[in-house]
Ligand binder design. Structure first.
Ligand code: NAP
Length: 296
């Protein structure tokens, strides 16, 4: 797609913004979220069969974490689970679920709230953008996008937190986008949905600072995944230097999460953009955004 579609001019990592000084992290610097002694740690990844979600699943599997994989397409889930079980000797569960639906959400909520098999790390990664601008889009598609990008993140976070707080350990990593930090004429709902994910995670992290539960929001820019093909737009207009690798993005997110960062922005180019965007007037930001969008 041209970078102005699907979601934004900034959809695609190194380094994050550290938590406030003195903020404690419930995670060690290496390995998945801690589980009780004698029990493997369990991570649930939504949108696990492709792109950034698949990269999260692959890294966690290599590290020996058991996995719960969520996506809509059962055949891809089954194949991925079999490969990971065989290659890494981990336990892999799959939950075919459409997170835009109540029934799909309920299936995943049930797993997240199962106290007999606690989920130590919840990665709310599933999300998508739309090709059409708001003025031309189908309102049911806009609502479907909000359901996955916002409502599912809120519902699964709400379901996971009580158990984590009770155990005094665990973490939630929500995948947002740098698109949530800047105004964008195209992909307005996508950008707003990602602004919600960033604000929600940052605000909630303040409530959880002393409860042993780590919340992190990962804000990638343009990343090579199926995302842009699904939206049906070309990647051609986006300069090569802006593209990130999905494995690098996932690795940065996990590393920042484990070191207690609340906001993780992969890629120096995007870190500079996001920090710069906070320093300039919004009118200037809209002017720049309009021109970058036109050029991509
Ligand atoms: N790629 C980028 O440039 C970029 C940049 C910034 C942020 N992001 C964010 O990163 C996250 C992952 O994006 P990606 O680029 O890795 O996307 P992707 O390659 O398109 O993969 C999307 C994954 O989500 C699943 N999924 C899609 N809709 C779903 C639904 N309704 N219910 C359950 N699962 C669903 C897909 O599997 P099924 O189709 O089988 O369900 C697939 O596993 C998204 O939140 C996206 O907004 C991406």
């Amino acid at each position: 797609m041209s970078g102005n579609r699907n979601g934004s001019m900034f959809d695609s990592g190194q380094g994050g913004i550290p938590a406030s000084p003195g903020r404690s992290s419930s995670h060690p610097s290496q390995g998945p979220s801690p589980a009780s002694p004698g029990r493997s740690s369990v991570a649930l990844v939504t949108g696990a069969t492709a792109g950034i979600g698949a990269a999260f699943a692959a890294q966690l599997a290599r590290e020996g974490s058991d996995l719960v994989l969520v996506a809509r397409t059962e055949a891809r889930l089954t194949q991925q689970a079999a490969e990971m079980q065989q290659r890494y000797g981990i336990a892999v569960e799959t939950i075919p679920a459409d997170l835009s639906t109540d029934s799909g959400l309920r299936r995943v909520e049930q797993r997240v709230t199962d106290r007999s098999a606690p989920v130590d790390l919840l990665i709310n990664n599933a999300g998508f953008g739309l090709q059409a601008d708001f003025l031309d889009s189908d309102i049911s598609e806009e609502e479907g996008m909000l359901a996955v990008n916002v409502r599912a993140v809120m519902r699964l976070t709400h379901a996971a937190l009580p158990g984590m707080i009770e155990r005094g350990s665990g973490g939630i990593l929500n995948v947002s986008s740098v698109a949530g930090s800047v105004p964008t004429a195209t992909g307005a709902t996508y950008a707003a949905s990602k602004a919600w994910v960033t604000s929600f995670t940052e605000s909630l992290s303040m409530l959880l600072a002393d409860k042993g539960v780590q919340l992190t929001v990962l804000c990638p820019g343009f990343t090579r995944t199926d995302f842009h093909d699904r939206v049906g737009v070309s990647r051609g207009g986006v300069p090569e230097r802006l593209w990130l690798d999905a494995a690098d993005v996932a690795a940065t997110g996990l590393r920042d999460h484990r070191r207690g960062a609340v906001i993780s922005i992969p890629g120096i180019q995007y870190k500079v953009s996001v920090i710069g965007s906070r320093l300039v007037p919004r009118s200037l930001l809209r002017w720049v955004s309009t021109r970058v969008t036109a050029a991509t």
